[in-house]
Design a protein around this ligand. Sequence first.
Ligand code: ADP
Ligand code: ZN
Ligand code: ZN
Length: 733
Amino acid sequence: MFQAVSKPAIIEVAVPCPLRRSFDYLLTGKETHAPQPGQRVLVPFGNRRLVAVIIALKTQSEHQKLKPIIELLDAETPSLSAQQLALGQWAAQYYHHPIGDCLQQMLPVNLRKPGPAEARPSPDDCWQLCADWQSKEAPANRAKQQLALLDAFVQAPQHRLNREQLTELGFKRPLLNELIKRDLVEAVASVGITNTAETPPTLNAEQSHVVDAVTAKLGQFSRFLLEGITGSGKTEVYLRLIHAALQQGKQALVLVPEIGLTPQTLERFERRFPAQVASLHSGMSDNERLKNWLAVRQGDTPILLGTRSAILADLPKLGLIIVDEEHDPSYKQQDGWRYSARDIAVKRAADNHCPVVLGSATPSLDSLFNVERGRYALLQLRQRAGDAKPPAIQLLDIRRQNLHEGLSTPLLENIGQTVAKGQQALIFLNRRGFAPTLQCHGCGWIAQCGNCDARLTVHYRRQTLKCHHCDATAAMPYQCPDCGDDHWLFEGPGTERLEMLLQQQFPNTPVYRIDRDTMNRQGDVENRVEEIRRGGAGIIIGTQMLAKGHHFPNVTLVGIVDMDAGLFSADFRVVERSAQLLVQVAGRAGRAELAGRVLIQTHCPEHPALQTLLKQDYRRFAQQQLAERQRLQQPPASYCAVLRSDAVRLQRAEEFLQQLASALRPHAKGIQMMGPLPAPMTRRAGRFRCSLILQTPNRAKLHQLLSLATQAGDRIKKSSDLRWSIDVDPIEL
Ligand code: ADP
Ligand code: ZN
Ligand code: ZN
């Protein structure tokens, strides 16, 4: 008897749903092409139709009564490459997150809906003759239209035509496609048409050393931590490394933090690599994102510059990954699939046998620990590139001092001297609004958010009270709701309050406020930064929005209003982040030829952490912190995960985690279980939140326990309002 080799008639797919499993479906048999893993497929799911991704082809299924699919969506090329599919499957396992959601997030938004994997062309789409077009076979003589189009390209300046010009000349897209198919014409990835690449500066000795060290490892998996103070020329080093990778025919992926990807950053890359840079960030339209995502996937564009989710894009010839400001918390997604783009970057470098460079002026303790363990090679830039001098840092002891809306007299005097010289002062306060607390002077009543365990912030000009943790907003009350008194106390400063004070004190000096209240439209920050960079005296007030990416050459004074709470917090994660923020803000001063000064107001001038930072020594500060964490077996000296729950009643959130903890306890030998405890801000947006913390030096054990947790968590009977999730390698508790 012959046994027929059966054609795969079943596909295993990942459906975007909260279940940690895949599903089998039947093919209809009417598909016009063979299905492949990575392709999108429309399937019936409950009473909905969902876009799923094929994981595997099968001839048999362990499930009964399979439903047929509705439609294969991708014509030929799968939307997710084999490598992306493998990455998604790895990540679903590592983060213990539903595979359907991981794979969906790897797709651009437009591909999460049914429809072809094509971007709508935009008017500035542009095509050019391929460099080697003359060596390619020309269209046949009878293909008159094709020849006419080819001739139009030959005649065009720089041999380029954009979409508008093509329409004007009467050429249609299918005709263009014919020339593209023959490798005569190619898409120009970016709009930077006219530029020729700028000439790079000569590297200094330290920069050359770094470039040589990484270049030597192109083509191999290698991990580098590039520690370089602000202005030491890290970006220049990145540009050289990218150049080296491109010369080897490779692609480069550069990640920057959420607020680090400014038009200035993009321009800097485009000036060096005209028409070779695609970007991906949240400020783009879905269509633009899809277009750039496809350009990189097709290998048309060699460089991808993007924020967190760009790490999930497909670069078939990936040969170099750079993560700038690697310590930045925006690399960790804070809801749903809580992945770390920085950590995935290292995983991708391993898969692609290429170097990954993590760069920062204030490296994370995780990365420094990896240097200590010999996993990452340390590269350093100790001097500022060009002639800029590092700023001098000084503490202002404000104990028992008179404060004017939070500013001490010496700080105000220094601001005055700075603007009198026609220079700029930058005042940093990581708290927006007028005052963080509104209190009744008659009875002590404090305005609280009705949905969160938080106070309402006063926004004076708008005469409103706002919760900075949910969307609650209320009008500023005339009278105290408890005692009827109308005498209010505004406790503590916010950026709005500083702005009003400084405008009053320096009526002839422009005061610029940069925070989420003043900068809410796309481009606001860039416009404001441009204005400041034009020079002249000025005072800049801002939150952490200021701390990154922007260079203010005319700033010679940085004032830090209040950092005590963050630097001396009981949560080691908060301390690390505050120290990084402080050093980053300090780095905004004296970038050009003008030397800078940094004044830090504090109530604890003797505190060792502050003393260490004062000596410009973030590195020693980090080493002290790291030693402490090793002693206490805290991350990165151990591995951590948090199981979280939230519900409309605290008891339900607590009960769920208690049951989960009981189910896990017999299997948790060697794992420290803390909780369940109410989360730091227990009630937020009307929901009560609890967490159960797991910590152990044994990573494999942790992941075994988390696998058990996913099963146990699904089994426990839950009220319908209960939500729970797993956070692997958390950056907040
Ligand atoms: P970072 O990324 O470390 O903040 P940048 O690469 O932005 O540093 O460099 C800071 C400034 O110094 C930039 O204006 C840059 O153009 C300039 N720069 C960098 N490297 C050199 C060099 N080798 N020679 C002259 N100027 C340089
Ligand atoms: Zn009162
Ligand atoms: Zn609230």
